[in-house]
Design a protein around this ligand. Structure first.
Ligand code: HEC
Ligand code: HEC
Ligand code: HEC
Ligand code: HEC
Ligand code: HEC
Length: 390
């Protein structure tokens, strides 16, 4: 319904308005204008890049300032730091503010978080700078392809940065005072995918069927790089990451020993990655025929302490850089298989069914009663009385 309405409106628009300037009227010409001296709203890009826009709308990038969890923690950080958090947090969550000075999170451009025109005004990244983004703001759009004869509204420049993981590193690697608060980029760089030449984009911006702009197909075919950027907020993406296996079940002398293998088979970096308050919990549950259950778990996480030796559990404190040391980091490396042993006191004669599963857990401390828990994988088996293997 809405789709047809939209097409109808666009057609109506192109009948009524023609372009000012030296451009020819075509199906692409709609009554939109880019801001030649500043950032243009994503709603303008949406007129032509309809599919990319709706994918981006689904992403956390478009919610980088409207996300209620970010907001709560931002206001907390702002208050605690006497306002210093503003430049710090918005450098990644709304990097346009460096130029626009529009610090109101509900402002016209700032409310769009990490908006189209920021990424596509980037011509280089200079990681030596505090603000690593080298920008060219206006009517040139930088992207991964070589030419753009059909884009009459803006010129197109090919940029190396858009196909490189370094673009992502500018925000997905964060080391205040040398403490690796977020290390997604270096985890990738030190792992197998960097060696094989598979950047972040190949997994997070896969090609999906579609048009690059309304009525315009990319040179490589009817395919477009997805802008959904699925990550920890996507159940589908989370389920790609891990493979679980019950390797063996040993029973002797009233003890049952379950050996479990957890493999990071699909994630390009450690699991979990990113903001340290995300945890992975491996559960092993044994149920006897009489209904009695036994549970054990292992937790995979990065734990930060402040300078007084207190554990940091709050996103605002962590992201403000109060971490002084990393006291634990047992997250699973890309393609690593972690073997774990679980032991239970269970009589050898009892039949027992064994379940193994992994939960991804995020419990932001800022909002009461809020918890995100996703099951990432499961394996099950039954151990028969006296039997050893499955
Ligand atoms: C009037 C329609 C129109 C509007 C509005 C528009 N674009 Fe485009 N854009 C196009 C067309 C058409 C292409 C494809 C050109 C080609 O491949 O020949 C394109 C291509 C691109 C590319 C691809 C570059 C590459 O490497 O191929 C980027 C990036 C881009 N636009 C960004 C933007 C951004 C950001 C905005 C909003 C600020 C925007 N565009 C607004 C029509 C538009
Ligand atoms: C200008 C900073 C910036 C750049 C550049 C950037 N990101 Fe992000 N990204 C963010 C922020 C901020 C969030 C979190 C928004 C929120 O949750 O409030 C995020 C979220 C994500 C998520 C979703 C995580 C989740 O929890 O679901 C993925 C995946 C992601 N980014 C991948 C990438 C990739 C891949 C690139 C490079 C192509 C990239 N990002 C470039 C700042 C950036
Ligand atoms: C986090 C930065 C980021 C944001 C935000 C972003 N893009 Fe992109 N965009 C990229 C990257 C990176 C690529 C290239 C992906 C690749 O080569 O694998 C790309 C590719 C493109 C292309 C070329 C697509 C193709 O298949 O060739 C267009 C057009 C485009 N973006 C438009 C937009 C529009 C419109 C928006 C907002 C609705 C937007 N982008 C938001 C980073 C971004
Ligand atoms: C081989 C595919 C692959 C590559 C390469 C890859 N990722 Fe991921 N990424 C995943 C999968 C699968 C997940 C979901 C499981 C998880 O959280 O690790 C994920 C999750 C994420 C998340 C969400 C973390 C969370 O818990 O919210 C972010 C952010 C992210 N990736 C960024 C990146 C960046 C930045 C790069 C490049 C430096 C990259 N990824 C490279 C597959 C990949
Ligand atoms: C270097 C870039 C960077 C800086 C600086 C930064 N963030 Fe973020 N933030 C990110 C990225 C990237 C993510 C997504 C990571 C992931 O999903 O693993 C994120 C995610 C978050 C989240 C989780 C949101 C959710 O819904 O999952 C919160 C909360 C947050 N940031 C708060 C803050 C606060 C508060 C500040 C300032 C004190 C801040 N951040 C500074 C890049 C940054």
């Amino acid at each position: 319904m809405q789709f047809f309405l939209r097409i109808a409106l666009l057609l109506a628009a192109s009948l009524v308005f023609t372009f000012s300037g030296p451009l020819n009227a075509s199906a692409m010409d709609v009554k939109v204008k880019l801001n030649p001296n500043g950032f243009t709203s994503s709603k303008v890009c949406a007129e032509c890049h309809t599919q990319i826009y709706s994918n981006w709308k689904d992403s956390m990038h478009s919610r980088a300032t409207s996300d209620p969890i970010f907001r709560a923690s931002y206001y907390e950080a702002h208050y605690k730091s006497g306002g210093k958090a503003r430049d710090l947090c918005l450098r990644c969550h709304a990097p346009t503010t460096k130029i626009t000075k529009e610090y109101n999170l509900d402002g016209k451009i700032t409310s769009e978080g990490l908006t189209c025109d920021f990424c596509h005004s980037l011509k280089a990244i200079d990681m030596k700078e505090d603000f690593p983004f080298v920008l060219d703001i206006g009517t040139v759009k930088y992207g991964p392809n070589k030419k753009g004869s059909d884009a009459k509204i803006h010129t197109i420049m090919k940029s190396k940065i858009h196909t490189s993981a370094r673009l992502c590193a500018s925000c997905h690697e964060y080391r205040p005072n040398g403490v690796a608060v977020m290390s997604t980029y270096s985890e990738w760089q030190n792992g197998p995918y960097a060696l094989e030449g598979i950047p972040c984009q190949r997994c997070h911006m896969p090609e999906v069927e579609g048009e690059i702009a309304i009525g315009v197909t990319a040179d490589r075919g009817k395919k477009v790089y997805s802008h959904k950027l699925a990550g920890g907020h996507s159940v589908v993406q989370l389920k790609k990451a891990l493979t679980l296996e019950i390797a063996s079940v040993q029973r002797a002398g009233g003890m049952m020993t379950v050996m479990a293998n957890v493999t990071n088979s699909g994630s390009g970096h450690r699991v979990p990655t990113g903001i340290p308050t995300r945890k992975l919990i491996l559960h092993c549950k044994v149920t006897l025929t009489n209904g009695k259950t036994f549970m054990e778990k292992k937790v995979y996480e990065k734990v930060l302490f402040d300078k007084d030796g207190n554990e940091l559990t709050n996103d605002a404190d962590i992201m403000m850089g109060l971490g002084d040391s990393i006291v634990k980091d047992n997250r699973i490396y890309p393609r690593e298989t972690r073997s774990e042993r679980f032991t239970f006191n269970i009589p050898d004669r009892e039949e027992a069914s064994i379940s193994l599963w992994v939960d991804y857990l995020y419990q932001p401390k800022v909002i009461q009663d809020m918890e995100m828990r996703v099951e990432m994988g499961r394996a099950e088996t039954i151990s028969h009385p006296g039997g050893n293997k499955r």
